[in-house]
Design a protein around this ligand. Sequence first.
Ligand SMILES: *[C@@H]1O[C@H](CO)[C@@H](O)[C@H](O)[C@H]1NC(C)=O
Length: 235
Amino acid sequence: MKIIKRVIKPLSPCFPNKRNAHMFLVTGKYNFILKYLQAIWILIINVCFVSVLLHCSEENVWKLCSDVSIRIPIELDRCFVVFISNPCRTVPLWKQRAGREDDRLVIWDYHVIFLYSVDCKTCLVYDLDSELPFPTFFHKYVTETFRTDQVLKSDFHRFFRVVPAKQFIQHFASDRRHMKRPDGSWIKPPPPYPAICTSTSTHNLDEYINMDSDSGPGDVFNLTDFVQRFYKIEK
Ligand SMILES: *[C@@H]1O[C@H](CO)[C@@H](O)[C@H](O)[C@H]1NC(C)=O
């Protein structure tokens, strides 16, 4: 994942915010045990994510999915990996730590986030590159990060490839070619574990970044439909 354009002035490094975990307890008719378990699961996912803080977002998210599948497999069906890109590979996202000025706008070639659809009322977004709280409620994340496509030229419209976490772990492969210069040297140090591959593929990252809805894993949504799919109405 690389930055296509940064928008003005340097910023001090600001790490994902792990405070207010208590905010993510589910309120309402749920019984105490369920709430307690959910809080624990959310905390375990947070801890998994922080422990895999590495170098490129698709591999971070892969590691997170793999950790969830080992530690809390029953929650894996509620987890999704989302690739954000478009045919021009120019997607503006706000509130990114790499961004500058107050609104922290960055234009990425693609971006990857992790979604945890906790229950019928709560969905959380895990984005290590965001300066929003970690994790952030879905509605807050989409409002602040994507704003709207309506004021953007179509080259900058955001599309979303949503892949169930289980499918992502089984299928994703990357030989890290995008982390190397043409001469073969690393742009930044590679993660300290072997490249992720499957029995049938050593590299299929582009199938995920491609936003052609007729091919590739999972389902492709535009911004409107993506919000519809995961927005949980507060009851
Ligand atoms: C989003 O996609 C749906 C169909 O998948 C389409 O009906 C709708 O018009 C699209 N919205 C925008 C803003 O392009």
